[in-house]
Design a protein around this ligand. Structure first.
Ligand code: ADP
Ligand code: MG
Length: 265
């Protein structure tokens, strides 16, 4: 395990010049409750996200993935350790938002009483984009996430689960995040819809120089999609590195078990 952490904490030289670090977590822990009810959700996690990469965070239910996502998105504060945005000031100056989080359950982020047009336009209107421009941007965003224009006047209840995730992605993209966090967004989808969403995310990364923190409990789904990944267990990272390397030559027994479980599922 110490070897894995060394790789993760590698020197700038080893990372290369065109692979700039966007976000750095150093010794981040998060505890909930106290006394007998104390839960350590995240345990001394250090990692670096680069610009324009897909980083997958893999772990079983309860391993601390969503807590990590929420700390990075600024919705939770670490109990200890630091989270530092490195290229963020520059990005914000370019009018990009730093980070957007898309949840597993789209109903958590989509107001059921609003029309799709209003849902996707809201982040733009909050940024004082005028209505006509917002309308045009919404149409472009819908097209970009491959949703039919006919959906504009519908409400979330009239959309499929896959469509709702695309709406949530469009809403996140409206403010051009430097980092998109996708927390188990394909877990409720059938395999074909999941593959389509992964293809969409991959093309968005290429086109927008965006990084994606892709969270899932299914290691076998990220091969060929993630650039790097970390495997979490009980709040700690057990293995981290190049995705291809880990998927083909997992070092930890835990990672091997996760892979095997996925292959035989
Ligand atoms: P995952 O997303 O990998 O399923 P979570 O980050 O949701 O894991 O949870 C990690 C651990 O922290 C779990 O034991 C969970 O019960 C606990 N936990 C998460 N959020 C809270 C909270 N707000 N209060 C108390 N415990 C929490
Ligand atoms: Mg979770």
């Amino acid at each position: 395990m110490s070897m894995d952490m060394q790789t993760e904490n590698g020197t700038q030289a080893e990372i290369g010049e065109n692979e700039r670090i966007m976000l750095e977590l150093v010794g981040v822990s998060k505890q909930f409750g106290s006394g007998k009810r104390l839960v350590t959700a995240v345990r001394d996690v250090s990692l670096r996200l680069r610009e324009n990469e897909v980083y997958a965070l893999i772990g079983e239910s309860g391993s601390g993935k969503s807590t990590m996502a929420e700390m990075i998105a600024g919705l939770q504060k670490p109990t200890s350790g630091t989270i530092r945005w490195l290229a963020a000031a520059e990005q914000e100056a370019n009018g990009r938002s730093r980070v957007q989080l898309v949840f597993q359950n789209p109903d958590r982020s989509l107001n059921p009483y609003w029309k799709v047009e209003e849902l996707v336009a809201e982040p733009l209107l909050l940024r004082r984009v005028d209505r006509a421009t917002a309308r045009k941007r919404v149409e472009e965003l819908l097209e970009r996430v491959r949703l039919p224009r006919a959906l504009l006047d519908r409400r979330p209840g009239e959309c499929s689960c896959g469509q709702k995730q695309r709406i949530a992605i469009a809403r996140a993209l409206a403010v051009s995040p430097a980092l998109l966090i996708a927390d188990e967004i394909t877990s409720a989808l059938d395999p074909k819809t999941e593959a389509d969403i992964l293809a969409l995310l991959a093309s968005l990364k290429a086109e927008r120089r965006m990084s994606i923190l892709y969270i899932t409990h299914r290691l076998e789904t990220v091969q060929g999609f993630a650039d790097r990944l970390a495997v979490m267990k009980d709040g700690a990272i057990v293995e981290a590195g190049e995705a291809e390397e880990i998927c083909t030559r997992p070092r930890s027994a835990y990672t091997r078990a996760l892979l095997a479980a996925g292959l035989f599922a």
